[in-house]
Structures are given as structure tokens and as C-alpha cells.
Design a protein. Structure first.
Length: 207
């Protein structure tokens, strides 16, 4: 994934509202989700350093959300430390933003199901996570209706997100109501967005 940039546009209530961008550089992943909510610009940012070029094993992350910063590290034996304090409950768990590596590997494979432990960076809640590949169905995208395979992410007993893939590539994602769709270039990504969001995007891509 080194050098890969994944661009997605967010739609809320059928209207384009923001973006999700992931940049893989070396063994690092930089992610940003930014959405304009009325007069407020929501920005969720994470920097993750992985233990190697493949797999979900991570070594550190910094997460900035809702004007708060959370930093953590993970030792080679899976011990997670947050702000200098050991967190045994997070052992062998993957930060939710870093779990995109698990999702991308799952999309590219043929297995019906995969399981792992995941935690949310904002409140450090830990879940037993499960990705399940289901059948094909029609899904609406900004460019038309496509037939795609449905994939569900369950956290514990709760359906957290739904993804649709075609030939191993995402075509749409449902984030509990808000939808995101991959796009190929920056100009398509920023079209129709508030100038504040565009500035945030360009600063992130240039960084």
C-alpha cells in the first residue's frame, strides 16, 4: 500500500458533505475525515505507524477528534500504552482507523468471514469485530446503480458498518446512515464542497 492515497466523498441526506482520505506512506497511515456541519467543520485525524509494510500490527497512533488528542503505543508483545498508562484491555486490538488494512485484505480475498479485536480511538472502547461477506445486491452510487457484494462489519452483536465491493474494490460504504463513495482524483473529491473543507483537504494532501 506504500504511496497509495484512497479518496472517498461523504454524502449525508443525499447531499455531498465532506470527505474521507487515507494516505499510506512507508509504514505510516494518515487518515482524515472532515465534514461541514452547518457552521461547524468537523475534523477527525489519525496518524498510525505500523510494525511492517503488511498486516494490521501497529506501533503507535495519534488521534485528534473533537479538540482532544489521544496518543498510544503498542509494544512488540502487544502491550498497549495510552498517555503513559498500560491498558491491558487493548492488548492485541487494532485501532479502528488502522483496521482499514484488514478491510482491504478482506476485499481482495475470497473468505466469507474474518475476526479481530478493534477499539475506538475516541473513547478506547474495545470490541470483538467480525467482517462477513454476503451476497450481491443493488446499491445506489452518485454515478448510478451497481451490482456489488455486501460486506458487514459487526462489533459485538451490533452491525457497525456496511461496505459494498466489486472485483475487490469498494464502491460504497454505509457509516450508520452517512454514505461514502470512492473517487479517483482530487478535483472530483472537492467539487461542490465548502471552501473550508477544500482548504482542509488540500493541506492534508500536501502534508
Amino acid at each position: 500500500m506504500t504511496g497509495t492515497v484512497l479518496l472517498e466523498e461523504f454524502h449525508d441526506d443525499g447531499a455531498k458533505a465532506g470527505v474521507l482520505i487515507r494516505k499510506f506512506v512507508g509504514q505510516d497511515l494518515d487518515s482524515i475525515m472532515t465534514v461541514r456541519c452547518g457552521d461547524h467543520l468537523l475534523r477527525l485525524v489519525q496518524h498510525t505507524e505500523f510494525a511492517g509494510p503488511t498486516g494490521p500490527e501497529w506501533r503507535s497512533f495519534t488521534y485528534i477528534g473533537h479538540n482532544e488528542t489521544t496518543s498510544a503505543s503498542c509494544s512488540a508483545d502487544g502491550i498497549v500504552t495510552v498517555s503513559g498508562k498500560a491498558m491491558p484491555a487493548l492488548e492485541r486490538a487494532v485501532p479502528s482507523y488502522a483496521a482499514v488494512r484488514i478491510l482491504l485484505d478482506f476485499l481482495a480475498g475470497k473468505q466469507r468471514e474474518t475476526t479481530y479485536r478493534e477499539f475506538l480511538e475516541g473513547d478506547l472502547t474495545v470490541y470483538d469485530a467480525r467482517l462477513i461477506r454476503l451476497g450481491k445486491e443493488s446499491v445506489e452510487t452518485p454515478t448510478g446503480t451497481v451490482e456489488a457484494t455486501r460486506i458487514e462489519l459487526h462489533r459485538g452483536s451490533t452491525l457497525a458498518n456496511t461496505f459494498w465491493e466489486q472485483d475487490g474494490h469498494l464502491v460504497a460504504s454505509d457509516w450508520n446512515g452517512a454514505m461514502s463513495y470512492p473517487v479517483d482524483d482530487r478535483n472530483t473529491l472537492v467539487k461542490g464542497l465548502h471552501p473550508d473543507v477544500v482548504t482542509t483537504i488540500d493541506d492534508f494532501l500536501a502534508g
